[in-house]
Ligand binder design. Structure first.
Ligand code: BG6
Ligand code: MG
Length: 216
């Protein structure tokens, strides 16, 4: 028996862009500098608090702990405003069909996201039921690239890590999958996701049988 563990932001839905918009607004309005889309690659898969630390370091800024907590909350409020408008139409191309093919192939399906907003997003886009297990930011203590989120997913599914494949759009997520001893499928650009075992631009037309042959 095998399992596929999916990242959420940037793999199932395009919320990676909403995270960027909300952090950029915080940097612009509260910190007095800008962050580029290129810099944003370093924030993908990284927890909320660690993301703020990286942004502050990037802008050579420091803040006291209370202000950091307030700004992380503010960023999340802006982010939640953006995700509240989501509907099933926001599921990325190819995802629904790929999940169906995975299920038909007898492969278990897990979610492995660092986000504390993962569950409400899955509910908004109507695919909670498609997952056998959901590991999100409320169930873990360490963000990616730590392997905790994926190891917990494998454990709950009772599948050995070497029989799991991780689907990720983030460099930190690919590293987390590798550190968990799992196969890694990059979703995005091969130049960015260099360490992944295989990379696709998206899940459109990805065939399960061929993928399994290539990975295992
Ligand atoms: C990850 C995103 O999925 O979740 C990161 O890639 C984000 O960009 C992290 O910081 C935490 O999300 P949230 O919703 O708990 O702030
Ligand atoms: Mg992601």
């Amino acid at each position: 028996m095998k399992a596929f563990l999916f990242d959420l932001d940037g793999v199932i839905v395009d919320t990676a862009h909403f995270h960027y918009q909300a952090w950029r607004r915080l940097a612009n309005e509260k910190l007095g500098f800008d962050i580029s889309e290129e810099f944003n690659e370093n924030l993908k898969g990284i927890s909320r608090t660690e993301s703020l630390e990286r942004i502050l370091a990037h802008g050579n800024s420091t803040l006291d702990e209370a202000t950091k907590a307030a700004y992380a909350t503010l960023k999340n409020e802006w982010y939640v405003e953006l995700i509240n408008k989501m509907t099933p139409d926001d599921i990325l191309p190819g995802v629904k069909v790929f999940l169906e093919k995975t299920r038909q192939g007898g492969i278990k399906i897990g979610l492995g996201s660092v986000s504390k907003n993962a569950k409400p997003i899955l509910e908004k886009i109507g695919i909670v039921e498609d997952f056998d297990v959901i590991i999100d930011g409320t169930k873990i203590s360490k963000g990616k690239p730590d392997p905790e989120v994926f190891l917990k997913g494998a454990q709950e599914l009772q599948i050995a890590p070497h029989d799991c494949a991780v689907f990720e759009d983030a460099v930190a997520g690919i590293e987390a999958g590798k550190r968990a001893g799992m196969k890694t499928v990059g979703i995005g650009q091969a130049e960015v996701l260099k360490e992944a075992d295989i990379v696709f631009p998206n899940l459109v037309d990805v065939e399960i049988f061929e993928l399994l042959q290539a990975l295992f």
